[in-house]
Ligand binder design. Structure first.
Ligand code: EPZ
Length: 430
């Protein structure tokens, strides 16, 4: 199993190209099931989760062709993928595939809308929390589907003639359930109004792609989305939006190590709340042409309290990284997690580097220390593991991160991007 070795202490200086967003690419790829024409996605990141979903979509009958090439001198890499699903080969998404990646459950929306039926394995819990699917079931039931749970699977069946538009208000904000309702309602008969919809940029990206495919959607990015169903969708060409979580992660890394880095190919407006928190912590962050410039001062980090919330609040996917930054603040800060009940697995590992963190329910109290020292640590989930990388970059001596496959799910060419900016980071394959 691969490990990542980091020798901390170097400031980061240079350019880091930001990849296409994993969490936009996944639902966009799934949207290819909605049409028999070709959907072309540009800026698709090369990540374990994406490769996994390519295999899953292949299973449902999607024909896939991939073109990848190195683009610019800043090291950015561009991947364009063509998806063509002339006919759905299989409306079942089996346990072996869905249990590997929760987002693959989302195929339930397009399968149901296009074929009138789907049998999809329940995804089960995962390391960061129980993550139920009640909102998907209720939402699709509102569109007229019969939803039955049988032997660990959901059997979904649309009424004769297809799904029917309806008004449905989510009792809780869910990104995935909003994606699924958008896809399902696009091919339903009549108008659907989704209340308390997720407002994440990835939802807007999916809506924009569906609109390019011929869907009639308004209000994406607000909490009320209206979809007028159409009888069929066509192909389209769409560029995956930049990864705001990768952007925020590297911005926090620079805030922690010090240095001057331009994050290219990204957009500051995707992560206002996180940028505000990074600025309050003492780093200078500004929009520059084609990206964001971050100047960090390393030793003078100010303590900042944050609470994770659905967009536009502080993202749960940046919580671990921000906690990493706060371990070296000059004072006490608090980090409160409100989205997932078990997203503090990095706390014990950060403590191995010398961080002082105490947990009280969903709030962590972090007492900043003047230095961290490298140590062997273990990655537990995707975002938790990158917080250990950030902390390792700022720690004295060597940090060895094991179980790197978590990182490979969501950070494209991490070692290369950091090394180009002066960090000492290498992958060790055993
Ligand atoms: C998406 O997950 C992201 N994943 C997550 O990123 C992200 O942390 C999360 O949104 C929140 O922003 C992808 O986009 C692939 P939710 P999702 O449904 O859609 C509860 C990463 O590291 N809930 O918005 O699965 C749920 O348990 C990943 O890239 C129900 O109660 O998240 C959670 O507490 C991790 N019932 C809350 O809602 C349901 O039916 C928000 O989850 C569905 C969700």
């Amino acid at each position: 199993m691969d490990r990542i070795r980091i020798v901390g202490g170097n400031a980061l200086n240079g350019i880091i190209p930001i990849s296409g967003a994993k969490n936009a690419a996944l639902p966009l790829m799934i949207a290819s099931l909605l049409t028999s024409d070709t959907l072309t996605l540009e800026n698709v990141p090369h990540l374990a989760d994406v490769e996994n979903l390519l295999r899953i979509l292949g299973n449902h009958g999607v024909d896939i062709s991939v073109n990848g090439r190195r683009e610019h001198q800043d090291g950015s890499y561009s991947r364009t993928v063509h998806f063509t699903c002339r006919t759905i080969a299989d409306t079942t998404a089996p346990y072996e595939l869905v249990s590997k990646m929760r987002a693959s459950f989302w195929v339930i929306g397009p399968l149901l809308a296009r074929c009138g039926q789907a049998r999809v394995s329940l995804p089960g819990g995962c390391a960061i929390g129980t993550r139920p699917v009640d909102l998907f079931i209720e939402g699709l039931q509102a569109l007229g589907a019969e939803m039955e749970i049988d032997s660990g699977y959901i059997n979904a069946k649309a009424p004769e003639g297809g799904l029917i538009g309806a008004r449905y208000t989510f009792p809780k904000v869910s990104v995935g359930a909003t994606h699924v309702m958008l896809m399902a309602a696009s091919l339903a008969r009549g108008t659907t109004v989704i209340g308390n919809a997720a407002r994440e940029p990835e939802v807007v990206d999916l809506a924009n792609c569906l609109i390019a495919m011929g869907a009639k959607i308004s209000g994406a990015g607000t909490s009320t989305i209206t979809i007028e169903g159409v009888t069929s969708l066509s192909g389209a060409r769409h560029r995956v939006l930049p990864d705001r979580i990768e952007t925020g992660t590297y911005a926090m890394a620079v805030a922690m190590t010090g240095g001057d880095v331009t994050l290219s190919g990204t957009d500051i407006s995707l992560l206002d709340t996180a940028i505000e928190a990074i600025r309050r912590a003492g780093a200078e962050v500004s929009a520059v042409e084609g990206g964001i410039r971050v100047i960090g001062h390393g030793d003078q980090i100010r303590p900042v309290d944050i609470v994770t919330e659905p967009y536009p609040g502080f993202p749960t996917d940046l919580q671990a990284q921000f906690m990493g930054l706060m371990t070296r603040a000059q004072g006490v800060s608090h980090v409160t997690e409100t989205i997932f009940e078990n997203r503090f697995m990095h706390v014990q590992e950060l403590a191995r580097l010398g961080a002082k963190i105490t947990l009280n329910g969903q709030t962590a109290r972090i007492e900043g220390v003047s230095r961290l020292r490298g140590a062997p640590v273990m990655a537990t989930d995707l975002r938790a593991s990158v917080s250990l990388v950030i902390a390792g970059l700022a720690a004295e001596g060597e940090t060895m991160v094991s179980r790197v496959y978590h990182l490979d799910r969501g950070f494209e060419r991490l070692e290369e991007k950091l090394t180009r900016c002066g960090a000492i980071v290498e992958r060790i394959s055993d």
